[in-house]
Design a binder for this molecule. Structure first.
Ligand code: MRU
Length: 370
């Protein structure tokens, strides 16, 4: 069984794996409501675009259930207003991953619809919880669909080059079971290639400054018995040059209307290196990561994390200073890869068709909604 990033039930509540302790310790911590959810997301005890959205939604579900069962009907404010206020608050934890905003907006529609059709406060809370539970199931299904489509795309690209054997695939950050409700997006593609007997080796980048590759992806590869090799981010070019790579596959925090993609810092460099070495570069993401309200990547808000996260190494919850005190620091958590460097955008509804230099994400999304 794939590692669980979270556990949720109506009786048992919500627990999340504290990712700051992985790989040394597997400790699940309770998330008792929206305040806890906000805190574990902000502190990066949980991270990854789909997971942080899911934990926010379910953290609020825990509180909504309590209010529904306690019968807070007469308490002000009413269910609709209270849920909307909590959702607005949850949206303030981290700015780049659009899954959080899309998920909260979708849940808001559900409760507004319930309120408009005359539901009681108790019913509104239950509609919210049911919708959040459905999203949890859908996330795993979406990942399996992405993984199949991504594996097909990589194998097709290899075939076009006359390569029939197993694939050597590079990835950055953590996009696996620990970044989602299960299986993973880009790492899900690697899992599926492995399950099909077509993965020679996964190369995972350490992913400075927060080391999601070394701590989390390496951990998932080892736990699941996938053949994996860890490299520093700065070794990617040399590995492509010396040994050859069949494809890169990465996740996304936000894909905008023209296909420009925000993902973990270092993704853009990897895309540039891939172009130089003729390596196909794929982005794997569910529809909840698409944001067609933004025209291009210049409009994506990029989170900047505290200096301390670049100047120190964190392990087992302890911090070790590695940078000279007094030095200035720039620490963006994400960068934007231009669509022109992306060979394929792989979603749970297949590949988004590519135009010469970009993608028509808007038409793709509106076709799926029909
Ligand atoms: O800062 P993080 O660890 O939340 O960043 C995560 C990433 O950039 C992932 O690649 C992205 O969220 C996709 S996860 C399926």
């Amino acid at each position: 069984m794939v590692l669980e990033s979270l556990r949720f039930s109506r009786v048992g509540g919500l627990e999340v794996l504290d990712q700051l302790l992985v790989p040394t310790e597997k400790k699940y911590i309770p998330v008792k409501g929206s305040e806890d959810a906000w805190r574990v997301v902000r502190s990066m005890q949980v991270r990854g675009a789909p997971l942080l959205a899911m934990v926010s939604a379910l953290g609020l579900a825990v509180e909504a259930l309590e209010r529904a069962e306690k019968g807070s009907e007469k308490e002000a404010p009413g269910a609709l207003q209270w849920l909307k206020e909590r959702m607005t608050y949850l949206k303030t934890s981290r700015p780049t991953a659009v899954n959080l905003f899309n998920t909260m907006d979708a849940l808001q529609e559900v409760v507004e619809h319930a309120a408009a059709s005359g539901s009681s406060d108790k019913q509104i809370y239950y509609r919210y919880v049911e919708a959040a539970e459905r999203m949890l199931e859908e996330d795993v299904q979406a990942n399996k669909a992405i993984a199949d489509a991504g594996a097909d795309a990589i194998l097709a690209a290899m075939k076009a080059k006359g390569r029939e054997g197993q694939a050597r695939v590079m990835t950055i950050c953590n996009t696996g079971a620990l970044a989602t409700a299960g299986w993973g997006t880009a790492l899900g593609v690697l899992r599926t290639l492995h399950a099909r007997g077509r993965l020679e080796r996964a190369f995972c980048l350490e992913t400075r400054p927060y080391n999601q590759g070394a701590r989390l992806t390496a951990f998932e590869l080892v736990e699941d018995g996938l053949p994996g090799t860890l490299i520093c981010d700065s070794m990617a070019a040399a590995l492509m040059q010396c040994f050859g790579v069949d494809a890169c596959v990465v996740g996304a925090d936000r894909v905008v209307a023209n296909g420009d993609t925000a993902n973990k810092i270092g993704t853009y460099s990897l895309a540039v290196l891939s172009r130089h070495h003729g390596v196909p570069f794929y982005v794997a993401a569910p529809l909840t990561t698409l944001d067609v309200k933004l025209k291009d990547g210049s409009e994506i808000p990029i989170e900047e994390r505290p200096d301390e996260e670049l100047c120190s190494l964190k392990l087992d919850g302890k911090s070790f200073r590695i940078a000279a005190p007094g030095i200035g620091v720039w620490n963006p958590a994400f960068d934007v890869t231009p669509a022109s460097l992306i060979s394929g955008l792989v979603t749970d509804h297949g590949l988004i068709p590519k135009r010469s230099q970009d993608f028509d994400v808007t038409s793709f999304v509106s076709n799926k909604k029909r």
